[in-house]
Design a protein around this ligand. Structure first.
Ligand code: AMP
Length: 218
């Protein structure tokens, strides 16, 4: 079976997480998100979690060596053999080169690699992030666009949902600035190496999913 690899770019709040979860369900592939992996470490108060907590809470990027090691370890797991979905990686040039080297090693010509950029302008991002709520189990909601069935409670596990610390306005502004500085240079580079599919992030969740599926099937 050929592998399917999906790489997602997009500003915080663009709906990447929602779309990657939908694809994961459809293709039975794992979503690999360094942000999620790091939050898991933070919650369990591991050494790594304690080391990165301050960096993440400030909206800064964790060092490439930590992230690349984590990605390497995660890609080596059995469930990633038939493919995977990347959300939040690569985030700078060093990580991009790491990924290209990795893909050269683990893919063969019949495998499929798709790169998507979910585009959303800054005003829209700010509006979206204001309503984002998350759960410890990894589920994400939006008070207006994707609310849980019961107010304040996660549909998946029944725990209370909350605002991510780094979604607070002053940290969000930093994360957006960083996104524009680093990720946009990256998507340009990626665009010149492979094909990057630009997706209109203003549409409804289901419509965006349909747009992505159309590209995958074509
Ligand atoms: P995210 O959940 O993707 O918004 O990531 C949350 C935070 O985790 C970021 O603000 C960074 O501090 C850290 N992080 C996630 N992915 C990366 C990455 N590829 N490189 C460096 N830091 C990352």
């Amino acid at each position: 079976m050929p592998k399917k690899i999906f790489i997602f770019f997009g500003p915080p709040g663009s709906g990447k997480g929602t779309q990657t979860d939908m694809l994961a369900d459809k293709f039975k592939l794992p979503v690999i998100s360094p942000g999620e992996l790091l939050r898991f470490e933070e919650d369990r108060k591991t050494k790594l979690g304690e080391k990165v907590a301050g960096i993440m809470d400030n909206g800064k990027l964790v060092s490439d060596s930590i992230i690349e090691k984590m990605i390497d370890k995660r890609l080596a797991k059995k469930d990633a053999r038939k493919g995977f979905i990347l959300d939040g990686f690569p985030r700078d040039e060093d990580q991009l080169h790491f990924l290209i080297r990795k893909l050269e090693k683990i893919t063969s010509p019949q495998d499929q690699v798709f790169t998507f950029l979910i585009h959303l302008n800054e005003a829209e991002v700010k509006k979206r992030l204001g309503g984002r709520r998350v759960c410890d189990c990894g589920a994400a909601y939006h008070l207006k666009y994707n609310p849980p069935k019961k107010r304040g409670i996660c549909d998946v596990c029944g725990k209370r949902i909350y605002i991510r610390h780094d979604d607070k306005p002053e940290i969000m502004a930093k994360r957006l600035k960083l996104y524009h500085k680093q990720t946009q240079i990256l998507t340009k580079k990626f665009g010149s190496i492979g094909l990057i599919h630009k997706i209109d992030g203003r549409k409804k969740i289901k419509e965006i999913h349909r747009d992505i599926m159309k590209i995958i099937k074509s």
